[in-house]
Design a protein around this ligand. Structure first.
Ligand code: MN
Length: 489
C-alpha cells in the first residue's frame, strides 16, 4: 500500500514573513513524518513546500494529476490562505481530495500564547476559508477535523486513503469477459460505456475459444508447479487428481491470458463453456485469493468490484469475496442469510483450511469440477452491490454480522458464509430489494461502509447504506429523493 502517494499541500500566504513560512514547512514535515511512521496510515504522505500563490497551487495540483502513483491530494491551512488563490488549482483537481481541519498544537498554550503565535497558527479560521471555496465550487471532497496526533483522526485518514486507492485501482481496472451475460438476467448487465466514464473500467469481451486455445499451450511442468502450490495452501481431499489438474490448467491459462493483456478481473458463463471440460471452480477461487476480481454468470460489475475492494485492503487479512444471497434461515429470533455460490467462493474468507474436493455440478453440463470447500469466519463485514439504474449507477452497502457455521450440509458441498444483516433480515432484505440491489455482491471483512461511501462520493455515484438505524419508510423516501437528484445531474 505504501506505493500509493498522497500529496500534502499546506496553505499559507506571504503576509507573515519568511520565518513564519519556514516554521510552517517544519511543522508540516513533522506531521507528515508522524503519519508515515504510523502503521495505521496505509499509504505514503509526501509533503510539498507550503503554497502561497495561485500559480504555486496550480502547479502542485498539476504535478499531482501527472504523477502516476499519486492517489490523492490532502490540504491543510496552517495559516490563513485566502481562497481566491485556490480557485485555479481546485478547478484542475483530478485526484481525490481530502481537506484536513487540524492544527499543529493540540492545546492552547495558555501562558505563552501571543500575537506571534496567532500569526503562525490559524487553521481554526484558515480551514474555514478553505472550506468555503470548496463548497462554493462544488468540489467533491472529504473533510476530517481533529488533532493530527489523535488516533481516531488518523483512522479516518486511513479509511479515506483506502477509498482513494479504490478509485486509483478502479481507473486501472480491466475486466475480461469470457462470453456474455447469461440469458436474460437484468441486474448483472448494464451500460459499459457509463461504467468506463464514471469508474474507468475497460470491459472487454473474448470468446471461450480464446481461453481454450490458451489451455492448449499449458505444459505439464506448469501444472505440476501449481499443484505443488495447491498442496501447500490447501488439503487435497480427493482421489480425482485429474479433475484437480484440469482446474490448475484452467487457472494457468486464464491467468496468463489476463496478465498478458492487463486484465485484473474476469467473469465466466456456465452456459457457454464450449470445449471447456469443467466450469472454472478451484481455478476461479485460487485466482481470487491472488487478488483478481471474479464474477459468475457474466457479471462484469461484481467482478470489477471484487477486484477493487481487494486492492483497497491488499495489506489486510480479513478477506474479501464474490458472494451471492443463497438461501434464508427464517428461524424466529435467529434469522440469517446463507451466502455462497455453486463453486466460486474466495478462500480468503475461510476459517478452516480449505479442502479441494470433486463433486458433480447439476448445471453446466460438463465434467465434475474440483472446488475448494471450507467454512467462513465469524465477524463484522459489509456486502456491496453496484447496479445500473439506467440514468446512473447506484451503490448499495449493508452492514452484516457473520456468525459461526455450526451445522453441516452433507448434501450441499459448497463453501458458505452465514450472516445476520443489520438491522434485521426483514428490514435489510426489504431495503435491499427496494433499492434494486443485486443477488450478487462483494462481501468484505476489511472494507467498511465509510470507505465505500467515500469511494462513491469521489466518483460521483449514488450511495445508499443499510445499517443498524435503517427504517423502511425513510429509506424509501431517500431512494425517491436520490432518483430525483440522479435525474437532475
Ligand atoms: Mn450467481
Amino acid at each position: 500500500m505504501k506505493k500509493y502517494k498522497f500529496y500534502f499541500l499546506i496553505g499559507s500566504q506571504h503576509l507573515y514573513g519568511d520565518d513564519t513560512l519556514k516554521e510552517v514547512d517544519a511543522h508540516a514535515k513533522i506531521m507528515a513524518d508522524g503519519f508515515n511512521s504510523d502503521p495505521v496510515i496505509p499509504c505514503t504522505v509526501e509533503v510539498l513546500p507550503c503554497v502561497t500563490t495561485s500559480k504555486a497551487i496550480e502547479n502542485a495540483v498539476i504535478a499531482a494529476n501527472n504523477d502516476p502513483m499519486c492517489a490523492g491530494i490532502i490540504t491543510w491551512m496552517h495559516t490563513f490562505s485566502p481562497s481566491k488563490m485556490w480557485i485555479s488549482g481546485i478547478s484542475k483537481m483530478m485526484k481525490p481530495y481530502l481537506h484536513l481541519n487540524t492544527q499543529f498544537n493540540r492545546d492552547i498554550p495558555w501562558d505563552t500564547i501571543d500575537m506571534d503565535f496567532m500569526n503562525l497558527n490559524q487553521s481554526a479560521h484558515g480551514d474555514r476559508e478553505h472550506g468555503y471555496i470548496g463548497t462554493r465550487m462544488g468540489a467533491r471532497r472529504k473533510v476530517i477535523a481533529g488533532h493530527w496526533e489523535d488516533s481516531q483522526f488518523r483512522l479516518e485518514i486511513a479509511s479515506w486513503m483506502r477509498a482513494a486507492v479504490g478509485v486509483f485501482e478502479s481507473r486501472r481496472t480491466r475486466v475480461l469477459r469470457i462470453s456474455d451475460n447469461m440469458r436474460s438476467v437484468a441486474v448483472t448487465d448494464g451500460d459499459k460505456v457509463e461504467a468506463q466514464m464514471k469508474l474507468g473500467w475497460e470491459i472487454e469481451h473474448y470468446g471461450v475459444g480464446d481461453i481454450i486455445s490458451e489451455l492448449g499451450k499449458v505444459t505439464d511442468e506448469e501444472i505440476d508447479a501449481l499443484m505443488k502450490e495447491y498442496e501447500e495452501k490447501y488439503v487435497i481431499a480427493t482421489d480425482n487428481t485429474g479433475a484437480v489438474r484440469y482446474q490448475a490448467k484452467e487457472e494457468i491459462a486464464i491467468k496468463k491470458f489476463m496478465d498478458e493483456r492487463g486484465f485484473t478481473a474476469f467473469h465466466t458463463n456456465f452456459e457457454d463453456l464450449q470445449g471447456l471440460r469443467q466450469l472454472p471452480g478451484l481455478a476461479a477461487q485460487d485466482l481470487m485469493a491472488k487478488g483478481y476480481g471474479f464474477g459468475a454468470e457474466g457479471d462484469w460489475k461484481v467482478a470489477a468490484m471484487t477486484r477493487i475492494l481487494k486492492a483497497m485492503t491488499a495489506d489486510m487479512t480479513g478477506g474479501t469475496a464474490f458472494m451471492e444471497d443463497y438461501t434464508y434461515h427464517f428461524e424466529p429470533g435467529n434469522e440469517m442469510i446463507m451466502g455462497a455460490h455453486m463453486l466460486e467462493v474466495c478462500p480468503t474468507i475461510a476459517a478452516t483450511k480449505p479442502e479441494i474436493k470433486v463433486f458433480p455440478l447439476g448445471i453446466g453440463d460438463r465434467e465434475d469440477p474440483a472446488r475448494l470447500v471450507f467454512r467462513s469466519k465469524p465477524g463484522s463485514a459489509i456486502v456491496v452491490s453496484l447496479v445500473d439504474m439506467g440514468d446512473g449507477l447506484r451503490m448499495i452497502v449493508n452492514d452484516v454480522e457473520c456468525v459461526e457455521q455450526v451445522n453441516d450440509t452433507p448434501n450441499l458441498p459448497v463453501s458458505a458464509v452465514l450472516w445476520k444483516p443489520l438491522p434485521c433480515l426483514k428490514t435489510s432484505a426489504e431495503a435491499w430489494i427496494y433499492a434494486g440491489a443485486a443477488h450478487h455482491s462483494v462481501l468484505s471483512y476489511d472494507v467498511t461502509a465509510e470507505m465505500m461511501r467515500d469511494f462513491a462520493n469521489i466518483l460521483g455515484i449514488e450511495f445508499v447504506y443499510i445499517n443498524k438505524d435503517t427504517e423502511i419508510s425513510s429509506f424509501v423516501k431517500e431512494l425517491q429523493l436520490n432518483d430525483i437528484i440522479r435525474k437532475l445531474k
